[in-house]
Design a protein around this ligand. Structure first.
Ligand code: HAM
Length: 415
């Protein structure tokens, strides 16, 4: 048997129904915030991610699905969605047109990570990206959007926020941090020694306990923010508090991608083990220019659908009965039920049994299919233009005229 690749998962019903429900809620909320759907390719030039996500990040350094295509191009399956949407925005010349544009997307992302609970090699994100808006109210809006999505899904998470400052603040901070790391060179791990040379702020994210102990005394970015960045960070906190959003400031939150400045945030859950981040994002005002476009503000987020499903999976009760099942008791009735089904399917979900069988067998099949209503015809019903119907939730049965069938089903199914 040929099995799926390690770290790649099939999502079959009823779990796939949960996936659909999550995406539907995400889309509804994003549209209410003025975001529009965008489709970008899964395959991009490797250089796009090298330049945006960053050479020093684990994603680019270790986790890319990178290969040479038949034309000799160095290509890569997207490890995240932001870079591709930024490229599309620049390629469509929207950076030159000005104004504010808001996009949402969802789909597969690929990272060659070590698979474990909550960590896949192909996973799915729902993400939003806003271009051209400098106001910190938009930073607050993307956070509020996630909050709204989680509240509609009934998920409880903790929001962590930080500010990474602008280029000037980051420059000042970097100097202080490198000085601190030089003073502790003998005590930090090999990875952190490397990070000190490539992207020092990454050390704050180190998972080695002895390093974390040392970084308890490391200088913090917040201490190096200039007046503008400090003011915006304060304003963000005021907007969030003023709109009932609870948060914690995590001064060591640096995120695993290089493009962020100012606002950085993560939503974490204590219900899914070590891989606790369910959503993350922030501002990336330098990225458009860095990828060759005209300087444009950017802010956005992405959430991991599998991690949300993991939280909900244990909690969702058995999926609700829905739709109609129809079958015939003898061979002559199959054509008739088929015709009835085709008609009903213009407005309602209908499963047809092509096999004639006894009523009890149809009822069992309808039950297994989780149908709300079982319809069955025998010779007598057909002759008199009637049909037998059972509401499997209410356990109520009756025989009704075919002419009244659709309206009766709509009433039961509440559509
Ligand atoms: P990220 O934090 O790398 O950000 O990923 C966002 C979310 O994707 C994570 O919080 C997590 O739920 C999920 N995720 C990441 N890796 C995996 C994995 N291996 N398996 C399962 N789920 C995973 C970004 O990707 C940025 N592009 C977000 C962003 C958009 N920032 C601004 N705009």
């Amino acid at each position: 048997m040929i099995s799926a690749l390690r770290g790649m998962k099939d999502v079959l019903p009823p779990q796939s129904g949960l996936y659909e429900r999550i995406i539907k809620i995400c889309e509804e909320v994003a549209k209410n915030y003025g975001y529009e759907f965008v489709l970008a390719p899964h395959l991009e030039q490797t250089a796009l991610f090298r330049r945006s996500v960053g050479e020093s990040s684990d994603i680019v350094g270790k986790e890319m699905y990178q290969f040479e295509d038949k034309g000799g191009n160095d290509v890569c399956l997207r490890p995240e969605g932001t870079a591709g949407v930024v490229r599309a925005f620049i390629e469509a010349k929207f950076d030159r047109a000005g104004g504010v544009r808001r996009y949402f997307y969802h789909g597969s992302m690929f990272r060659y990570e070590r698979p474990q609970k909550g960590r896949l090699r192909e996973f799915h994100q729902f993400g939003c990206e806003c271009f051209g808006e400098p106001s910190v109210y938009e930073d607050a809006s993307v956070i509020l959007m996630i909050n709204e999505i989680f509240s509609r899904l009934g998920i409880k998470t903790k929001l962590l926020i930080n500010s990474l400052g602008d280029a000037a603040s980051m420059g000042t901070y970097r100097e202080k941090l490198v000085k601190f790391l030089d003073e502790h060179e003998g005590q930090i791990c090999e990875d952190c020694k490397r990070r000190k040379l490539t992207n020092p702020i990454r050390v704050l994210d180190c998972k080695v306990e002895s390093c974390q102990k040392i970084y308890e005394n490391a200088p913090l970015i917040i201490g190096s923010l200039n007046d503008e960045c400090a003011g915006e960070f304060k304003k963000l906190q005021e907007i969030l508090s003023g709109n009932g959003v609870e948060f914690e400031i995590d001064p060591k939150l640096v995120r695993g991608l290089d493009y962020y400045c100012k606002t950085a945030f993560e939503f974490v859950s204590n219900e899914i083990g070590a891989q606790s981040a369910v959503a993350g994002g922030g501002r990336y005002d330098r990225l458009v220019e860095y990828l060759g476009g005209k300087a444009s503000y950017g802010v956005g987020f992405a959430m991991g659908i599998e991690r949300i499903m993991e939280i909900l999976g244990g909690r969702e009760s058995e999926s609700k009965r829905n739709g109609v099942y129809i079958g015939a008791m003898d061979a002559d009735g199959v054509d008739a039920v088929y015709k009835i089904a085709i008609n009903l399917r213009k407005n309602l979900p209908v499963l047809v049994s092509y096999e004639p069988k006894k009523l009890q067998k149809h009822l069992n099949a309808a039950d297994n299919a989780n149908a709300r209503v079982c319809l069955c015809v025998g010779e007598d019903e057909l002759k008199s233009g009637k049909i037998w119907l059972k509401d499997l939730s209410e356990k109520a049965e009756k025989t009704i005229d075919l002419a009244d069938l659709e309206s009766e089903l709509k009433r039961i199914l509440n559509v």
